[in-house]
Design a protein around this ligand. Structure first.
Ligand code: HEM
Length: 150
């Protein structure tokens, strides 16, 4: 638990709480790339499209997680081609906790089990397509067989 406490403390240091609603008067009508944005308009950044932009990513339609190895791209909101936690003052305040949890869960699963594909499936057969939605879910669930090896 001291570890979790330290993570929460660090998150609050990096991202001190800000009011969720900005005072109305600070929002003005603005124009971006020729588009007029009215005060109060909700703008969605299409991260899905950014992630598949061939001007940014090589083989942009292919699932190649290795592309992030030995790559100094910053995922914490500094490089806009990869913003899983958003960016700016409304970026995710739980980023440190989120990264720690994903790393902890995944590394435990990999440490505790050997994983095999069922029914003679090969890794090339895995369908990496996603279902549409705000949060990405796999179109076809990934089924794996764990073998305890500890
Ligand atoms: C891997 C895990 C996580 C991912 C991928 C993620 C992603 C995101 C994204 C994309 C946003 C929107 C940012 C924007 O609009 O620019 C967001 C907002 C937010 N996240 Fe996370 N998040 C994660 C974990 C967490 C955790 C663990 C917490 C809290 C403990 C958290 C709390 C929040 C809150 C409160 C907001 C709203 C911030 C605001 O509107 O000012 N998130 N998150």
């Amino acid at each position: 638990m001291p570890y979790l406490k330290a993570v929460i403390k660090e998150t609050l240091r990096l991202y001190p709480p800000t009011p969720l609603l900005l005072p109305r008067k600070s929002i003005e009508k603005s124009t971006l790339e020729g588009y007029e944005i009215q005060p109060g308009a909700i703008i969605h950044v299409n991260i899905w499209a950014i992630g598949r932009d061939s001007k940014i990513w090589e083989n942009s339609e292919e699932f190649i997680p290795e592309r992030f190895l030995n790559n100094n791209i910053n995922f914490k909101g500094q490089d806009f081609e990869l913003i899983p936690f958003g960016a700016g003052r409304r970026g995710c305040p739980g980023i440190t906790l989120g990264v720690a949890i994903v790393e902890l869960a995944l590394s435990n699963l990999l440490y505790a089990f050997d994983w095999e594909l069922p029914c003679g499936m090969k890794k090339e057969d895995i369908d990496t397509n996603g279902k549409p939605g705000i949060v990405m879910h796999k179109k076809i669930d990934l089924r794996l067989i764990p073998a305890n090896h500890i």
